[in-house]
Design a protein around this ligand. Sequence first.
Ligand SMILES: [Zn+2]
Length: 319
Amino acid sequence: MTQSTTARVGRFHQGRLSEGRPQALDAWRVTTDDADVAARVAGLLGGEPQPNDGGGGGLAHEVLTSRDSVRVIVDGPDAVAAHMVLWSSKVIVHDCDGSRFLAPEEKKGQPCGCPPLLEDKRLAARDGRGPMPSIDLTFRIAAAPVLGKFHFQTSSWQLAAQLSDLTDALERVDGPAVCDLTMELVLLTTKTGRSVCYRKPVVAVLGSPDTVAPEPPSSAEPTPAPASSAPRRKARRPHEPATRNVPELACSVSVDTALLHRAAQVLGTSDHQETVVAALSAVAAGQQQTTELAQLRDHVGRIAAIAEQALHGGDSSRT
Ligand SMILES: [Zn+2]
């Protein structure tokens, strides 16, 4: 569960920062310090290399690709590092594996007090009482493994729930495993009956590089995905999201955890993703003119833009 961070050439993201605020995307964004790698990534996955002003460890270049799924090679279960962390004022105050502390050193191995069930962990995290998943996946792009290792960090509960299946599947391949790393569209109905959608990261283990092609058959042709291209998704798309290049829309939201908790109570949602998209659903539909929502309207207005992205399939799990 440990790995070196020195050899990574770049990073995959489901979002970016726009004017300091998180913004969900509907296709992978790749950041790197290497201009040649950025150019190669753009050639492989679509998009254009550009200076990275969207956050991500200070890497110099970013590519907003046109792919929501990328075929990658994962070097076994050790390429998946996962723990649970709770931050407070930019300091980690709880770092565990879900049942025992991983840090600080003097507490390592001791029971951490987290509930055993993932759903209870999720509720504790939602209320700010417990840690969230922190998952780091290291991989190479299957079509160009020579580019080097990339990684993807996520706090997705869905991926956390999938983790043991993922490591088991990687064990079974017994060596480098070809996987599809996908921002999968999720359609759901909240407790209050709203239909919402967002994207969750999914890693599908396909097999060894000897038996699995480095590119899925359907993506053999270039996918520049201009704004006029046909929608690839089932989700209703009132208009194209402006995420292919530097976005002009204010698709962003301030991180206001207390507000999100209150909104979750009002909207009956179970995590931040649902809350944000459900908040937009309420605004867009002109519904729920309750006192609570009216008080939230200022903030919800800001949430609305990113939620609109989420309705197109953006993942706001880190907000
Ligand atoms: Zn814990």
